[in-house]
Design a binder for this molecule. Sequence first.
Ligand SMILES: Nc1ncnc2c1ncn2[C@@H]1O[C@H](COP(=O)(O)OP(=O)(O)O)[C@@H](O)[C@H]1O
Ligand SMILES: [Mg+2]
Length: 213
Amino acid sequence: MRRLIVLEGGEGAGKSTVLKLVRQKLDEQDIPYLLTREPGGSLCAELIRDLIFSDEGKAADALTQFCLFWAARASHLQWQIRPALRSDCVVLSDRYDASTFAYQIAAKNGQDLASLFWTTREMFQRGMLEPLYIYLDVPPEIGLARVQSRGGKTTHFDDEKIDFHRRVAEGFSQFFQTIEARGGRVAVVNAQLPLEAVVQRVVTEILIELRQP
Ligand SMILES: Nc1ncnc2c1ncn2[C@@H]1O[C@H](COP(=O)(O)OP(=O)(O)O)[C@@H](O)[C@H]1O
Ligand SMILES: [Mg+2]
């Protein structure tokens, strides 16, 4: 069974752009993969995604948001991630549980949910290898400026104030420290580098992962 590969990072870090280009590189090398995203990725999880990004989702407290994200993840795992990993496919996800920790706990002041987070995560991880996390590291100010100049669709998370995004960045850092302390793999990529260099770093990490027995 393979390990899930997760691309994480704050708003405007470049996750979606990088994954589009990574996909081209994998196609060129005839490597089969499933490219997916969170929240969402399965039919039920995409419905929950709509709820999360609705006005009602925006007004929800940290616990409600926490539960919505895990509910979406349960469906995503059932219908997409676990079947693909079982068939030895490379699975790349645009965000995963590090984002739940960074946004719903660290940034939304849901500190009292931290122990619930780790217990829940343990249950969700049962029967799976620890994911490989690739973190696109960019200061929140730069990420947000990129979102602004990108234009197009934004979410209520994009619209939060800079302090919120600083807490997100701290949350990612805290999450990855815990994962590494538990023996998991985290690759931090400097996402301020030119796009092509970032893509190359991400592809290299994926190819290293593919060479694992
Ligand atoms: N390494 C980079 N250097 C400069 N601009 C970038 C880089 N990576 C992404 N961008 C630009 O930043 C904007 C946000 O990228 P996007 O992929 O939508 O971020 P995310 O999915 O992480 O929120 C896009 O306009 C994208 O072209
Ligand atoms: Mg994106």
